[in-house]
Design a protein around this ligand. Sequence first.
Ligand SMILES: Cc1cc2nc3c(=O)[nH]c(=O)nc-3n(C[C@H](O)[C@H](O)[C@H](O)COP(=O)(O)OP(=O)(O)OC[C@H]3O[C@@H](n4cnc5c(N)ncnc54)[C@H](O)[C@@H]3O)c2cc1C
Length: 392
Amino acid sequence: MKKPVLVVGAGLSGLSAAWYLANRGAAVRVVCADADPGGLIHTRRMDEGLVETAANSLVVTARARALCAAIGVELCEPQKDSKRRFVFRDLRPRRWPLTMTESLGGAASVAWALARRAAKPRDGETVSVWGHRVIGRAMTDRLIAPVLQGIYAAPADRLSARAVFGSRKGRKGGVGAPRSGMGEIIERLADRLKDKGVSIECGVRVAALTSGEPAVVCTAAPEAARLLAPHAPELARAVSAIELSSAISVTAFFEPRPDDLRGFGVLFPRGAGVDALGVLFNSDIFPGRSALRSETWILAGAGRQHETDEAILADHVLPDRQLLSGRTDRPVAAYVTRWAQAIPIYDDAVLAAGALVGTLPPWLSVAGNYLGRIGASSLFDVAAEAAERLAL
Ligand SMILES: Cc1cc2nc3c(=O)[nH]c(=O)nc-3n(C[C@H](O)[C@H](O)[C@H](O)COP(=O)(O)OP(=O)(O)OC[C@H]3O[C@@H](n4cnc5c(N)ncnc54)[C@H](O)[C@@H]3O)c2cc1C
């Protein structure tokens, strides 16, 4: 007899947890509150090209490669142009945003911290505080802060240095993505799970868990806190303290021009006079994204959730684009995605929650991006660990 297991949520975490559980011989039932699987991740296949609603790529770790191969998803490598990455400084995109003096100052600061064995993040240190202490102000504010803000959608003074640098452990590999978008991983995973006899019920919100009936909670943090509360109160309290950032992404398609800036994209430090956190040049990154020039602009969502699509485009994206490139052309098409709750803010609350996973009862497990690892490929690791932790 196969052991029945309930998986709550059918985002990347839920579907991959279901995959690892089914491979361990469990009879898995996935229940998802949304109308279809995917959670944050969907690929909209529009006439102009692909539009990703959240992750546009993943780090190709050994586990991500193995999972994609097992479900028949081929991962494309990035194109040559995408090797060029830029940070905005003094109203220009720059491949290295520091002056020679700032670079040497940063290197000396790191060497001094290493010599004193003082480079590791200390308890409670934010990335800003750690950076100013260890790598210097210029390197922190002009390089590290914009890079991390592009990944974590939060400013460096809100991020815990321990949580952020811990979350990047084990992320070895280049980036990759399926040819027809990240949605292909979701669609193939769902199909292969059904082939294995896993049921996936969408449009059903799990109201509560039954004590002793094996379950893996794979929702975002606020809903996980609610479901865990009766069974793992300490962990639930820690998870409920995690804040989520809001984000807006705008994928806009423009007529290509020979003098378009080519590369992976541009990150915008705070105070650079730009609203956006960053822009990705999709059509330069992976093949087959669009015959037009496709750009995804990411904006912090706070205070902007109620603006119309046209206002977001006209008041934020197009002025920022003009500042970056001098261009004033309107896009052929633009698609706006709003996430009121996008991703967890990686502060001390994430560390506290991750440390309490061991307090779960043996019949209950948990997976998600608020447990100390954020990227899609890390979620496969978290899901595999969640499946293993469950006593079947
Ligand atoms: C704009 C943006 C860009 C990103 N870019 C990248 C990137 O380039 N690379 C990368 O690696 N990561 C990226 N990420 C992060 C990545 O997309 C997420 O971490 C990941 O998709 C989270 O998946 P999840 O399954 O943990 O959660 P979710 O996708 O939030 O899924 C949660 C699931 O739980 C279900 N659910 C909730 N409550 C209940 C309930 N009570 N009962 C039943 N079901 C329930 C929902 O229906 C949903 O299916 C990005 C995120 C955003 C927002």
